[in-house]
Write a protein that binds this ligand. Structure first.
Ligand code: CS2
Length: 453
């Protein structure tokens, strides 16, 4: 079968052809993985289609591997997105830079007005080992330096990673790497709005690619498969021009925080609980078990929802039900192993911050403690552990629950000094870990009555 490209686009059904053909590259994206291609790139294409403003082509950069460049370049950067039964080839990406590509020059180009990033949680660590290859944020700063030198105008840098206060967090890390004159230029010319991004995008499989080829009529090695649901809430704080993302379904608001906490805790927190406790291979299988779905409801209702605020008038109950329905989507084949990666970087904002909030109010975070115990069992028993702190997490699986909990709680970059010293939290996690070690998760859920309403 021939490969998808501009030349072969005529073979694709008209209804599945790109909505827009950008004339300029106004967006630079760092971390062009499947999530970006199914999320921001789709919003950007729709914004161009809605307004006819075709200045917002995307230059995507990869941080570590040439994989995406190898897949997209032979296809003129076209790729298909399948959401349920709907398929469309997306036309917003114009260029892919492999690692080592001249990102600074793109960031310094006057036509670039917006930078978006999906560089994953671990790229925001303060304690990155020195002497390694340039980090994503290091490359961003080099680009800002080039832009300041070229006097190329204001820039908005939009973090799309699943972190609380992602905009301010990124701004802080950038500031630490800037020398004083650059810092002043950044303060005057660059904005870092906060965002909440949401769309479940499982890693692509060969079966997905075969299915995509059958549906499109051309081979597409850049394809992504996702769910129909998509959401983007963006703090309305831009240094200059931007794509009309609001015309493409994004919500521009004064304060992202209530949405961001809700999504990080309810969706991502539940995801991590599924990853470390369910024992299932797929998210849909995990929530297909009524007892486990009952546990997720208790986790959300008893432990996570009470820590949310600023959502007056929002249908939180409906949101939680919609999450369970999204998780149950049998068409997605979302592997729990994909979510289990980098737990040390995900747990704090997903489960530990809400645990803190509950403890501060005198409540026991029982279901969060169970999920944390599941993570402790995972890191001490997994054959392969994909986590930047893997060396310090690993155990041989023979230590007592109390010894494991004491050892892991002492990792301050995960648990902070406060949770490490909190007796209530320590006792809850130790009790949960002892139970799941002795009886397994299903029996523990029954004993703790997690599966009942
Ligand atoms: C998941 C997220 O892998 C993970 O950690 O929880 O990627 C999740 O699918 C997205 O945030 C959904 O918007």
């Amino acid at each position: 079968m021939v490969r998808l490209s501009r030349a072969t686009l005529s073979r694709v059904a008209p209804a599945a052809r790109p909505l827009a053909e950008p004339r300029l590259t106004g967006v630079v994206h760092l971390g062009i993985g499947a999530f970006h291609r199914a999320h921001q790139a789709v919003y950007t294409e729709r914004a161009m289609a809605a307004t006819g403003d075709d200045r917002w082509g995307i230059c995507g950069a990869s941080q570590r591997s040439t994989d995406v460049a190898d897949r997209l370049r032979p296809q003129d950067c076209l790729y298909g997105v399948r959401a349920g039964d709907e398929i469309r080839v997306v036309g917003s990406v114009r260029e892919v830079l492999a690692p080592g590509g001249d990102l600074a020059a793109r960031l310094a180009a006057p036509q670039t007005a917006v930078v978006t990033l999906t560089i994953t949680e671990k790229a925001y660590r303060r304690d990155l080992p020195p002497g390694g290859p340039p980090t994503a944020i290091g490359r961003l700063v080099a680009g800002l330096r080039a832009r300041a030198a070229a006097d190329a105008g204001p820039l908005t840098v939009v973090s799309c990673d699943n972190l609380p206060d992602n905009g301010a967090t990124l701004a802080g890390l950038v500031a630490e790497l800037c020398e004083p004159p650059l810092l002043q230029w950044v303060e005057e010319n660059v904005r870092f709005p906060a965002t909440m991004v949401d769309r479940i995008v499982p890693a692509i499989t060969q079966a997905d690619l075969d299915d995509m080829a059958a549906r499109l009529g051309v081979t597409d090695l850049g394809a992504v498969v996702t769910e129909p649901f998509t959401q983007w809430v963006i703090e309305d704080s831009f240094a200059g021009d931007r794509p009309a993302w609001d015309k493409a379904g994004a919500l521009l608001v004064g304060d992202v925080r209530p949405y961001e906490r809700m999504k990080l805790r309810l969706l991502n927190g539940s995801h991590s609980a599924i990853a470390y406790l369910s024992g299932a291979a797929l998210v849909s299988e995990a929530v297909g078990d009524p007892a486990f779905a009952g546990f997720l409801r208790r986790l959300m209702d008893d432990d996570l929802s009470p820590t949310l605020d600023g959502l007056d008038g929002f249908d939180l109950a409906g949101y939680k039900e919609s999450l369970l329905a999204r998780f149950a989507n049998p068409g997605l084949r979302h592997r729990v192993a994909q979510i289990a990666v980098d737990g040390s970087q995900k747990l704090p904002q997903r489960l530990l911050d809400p645990a803190r909030d509950l403890l501060a109010g005198g409540h026991e975070p029982r279901w969060i403690a169970l999920a944390v115990a599941g993570w402790m069992r995972h890191v001490t028993t997994a054959r392969e552990l994909d986590d930047p702190l893997a060396d310090r997490l690993r155990g041989d699986g023979t230590a007592s629950a109390a010894a494991t909990v004491n050892r892991l709680l002492s990792l301050e970059e995960i648990f902070g000094a406060d949770l490490q010293e909190n007796e209530v939290f320590r006792d809850l996690v130790t009790d949960c870990l002892a139970r799941i070690n002795a009886d397994g998760v299903p029996a523990t859920l029954r004993a703790l009555d997690a599966g009942s309403p």
